[in-house]
Design a protein around this ligand. Structure first.
Ligand code: SF4
Length: 441
């Protein structure tokens, strides 16, 4: 047996969820990941999935011919992609949440020169949170501050044990902070969720709110905080005494934080839920220090909002058809655009709409040519007309990503990608040049 050298990379940043854990150690031998330490199970998987023996990994560009995807040359795949984009009347450029900021920036240029609809995954996750923040502002801080100071931690409509597995251990609960030396024993943990989730099972208090009645519960908390005598015996399925006790806990903590998830953005009041939560947080600051933080899902979905904003002024749902950016979630977001069957071609970068979007929207997406920029086979890439395979950001190339608290973190490269593959940003650069040439002809 031939012994191979193992290179250990330390302080590696996990490119999977919005926690962007930056303490991973990855052992690489002969350009293969052989061990990952400190990551959770899903974070570990992204490193092993990059190995060349993964059968789901694309190694060559593919194009649909006679009904099936066949390998083609880079020239053919890129030329055809550029042709489709240059000739489209209303292309959709969607995704951008699991790639680096540099690629997103180039994607915006591609949207501008093609006059397309530009949108990121937040339009189906925390888009309502962003709209609420635009209305009401947000009293937020960094994960490091919560770790060092929070003594009351509330998880509302989120289940980090499954969605952000190391969040509790690194930032919000079990971790010892500078002013919270005893970690979990120094914090009181509340979970507000209709279900007894695994996170709820770890809490000191689980408040079982009725589904889609969060808005009423926020309003009750705000009313009681203002000294209003509420006559009902329960609100949103929660006994009034439990609501009063929670208000007292909130007022009397030294540093409280509400982490909230899609349980708020996807239930009936959508962005109004989040606006009400922000107003409650702001009013609690008359008594103590209180903050609020969305639990962002994909590792750079916060980055896609930030990079969109610094380039166009808007964080998502942007229409370039008039040559300048216009913003209107609900009109230019991916799902309504697809439901109206407006697009004539799409380029999907680092996401999987076939898996995530409603059926009728997917049906309309697949009526028109789909270009999928993706390292692995996904339901979207399997049904695409062109697949442009890429190196995995944060594993096979560097880049910048924004953690859920909007802190930028540099992703690290731990191994080379398969021979001949380009990065997302290189693909964008080539497409921009080719589309410009075609439009100038
Ligand atoms: S919690 Fe998220 S960022 Fe941290 S290791 Fe797991 S998947 Fe990666």
């Amino acid at each position: 047996m031939v012994e191979r050298d193992i290179i250990t990379h330390t302080d590696v940043v996990c490119p999977f969820c919005g926690s962007l854990c930056d303490d991973l150690e990855v052992d690489v031998s002969d350009n293969k990941v052989v061990e990952v330490r400190n990551a959770c199970q899903i974070g570990t998987q992204i490193y092993f999935s990059s190995n060349p023996d993964n059968p789901d990994r694309y190694k060559k560009p593919m194009m649909r011919k006679n009904g099936g995807l066949v390998e083609v040359s880079w020239e053919e795949a890129l030329d055809r992609s550029a042709e489709l984009l240059a000739n489209a009347k209303r292309p959709l450029l969607y995704g951008w949440s699991s790639t680096e900021a540099e690629a997103i920036s180039r994607g915006i240029e591609l949207a501008e020169i093609t006059g397309g609809i530009l949108d990121n995954c937040s339009s189906i996750c925390h888009g309502p949170s962003i709209m609420a923040i635009q209305d009401a502002g947000i009293p937020a801080s960094t994960l490091g501050e919560y770790k060092n100071r929070a003594d009351l931690v509330i998880f509302w409509g989120c289940n980090p044990v499954h969605a952000h597995p190391r969040h509790l251990g690194r930032y919000s609960n079990f971790i010892r902070g500078y002013f919270k030396k005893d970690g979990r024993n120094d914090r009181y943990m509340v979970v507000i969720d209709p279900r007894k989730t695994h996170t709820a099972q770890l809490a000191d208090l689980h408040i079982q709110v009725n589904p889609s009645e969060d808005y009423e519960l926020f309003s009750a908390l705000r009313s009681i905080l203002r000294g209003v005598e509420v006559e009902e015996e329960s609100i949103s399925g929660v006994p009034i005494q439990q609501i009063r006790d929670l208000v007292e806990k909130m007022k009397n903590c030294n540093y409280g934080v509400i982490f909230f998830g899609l349980g708020l953005t996807h239930s009936l009041a959508h962005h109004r839920n989040v606006e009400n939560a922000i107003c409650l947080t702001r009013e609690l600051n008359d008594y103590t220090k209180f903050l609020i933080q969305p639990m962002r899902g994909h590792y750079n979905v916060a980055g896609s909002n930030i990079v969109f904003s610094w380039n166009t002024g808007y964080p998502l749902a942007i229409d370039f058809s008039r040559g300048y950016p216009r913003y209107n979630p609900g009109e230019y977001s991916t799902v309504p655009v697809l439901l109206r069957d407006e697009i004539d071609v799409s380029i999907i970068v680092a996401t999987d709409p076939v898996l995530n979007l409603p059926g009728p929207a997917v049906e309309n997406l697949l009526k028109h040519p789909v270009i999928s920029v993706e390292p692995h086979e996904t339901p979207t890439s399997a049904l695409a007309d062109i697949v442009l395979p890429v190196k995995i950001s944060g594993v096979e190339c560097e880049g910048t990503a924004y953690r859920m608290d909007n802190v930028p973190i540099r992703l690290r490269k731990v191994k080379d990608g398969p021979n001949g593959l380009l990065t997302d940003r290189e693909i964008m650069k080539i497409l921009i040049e080719k589309v410009k040439n075609l439009k100038n002809q």
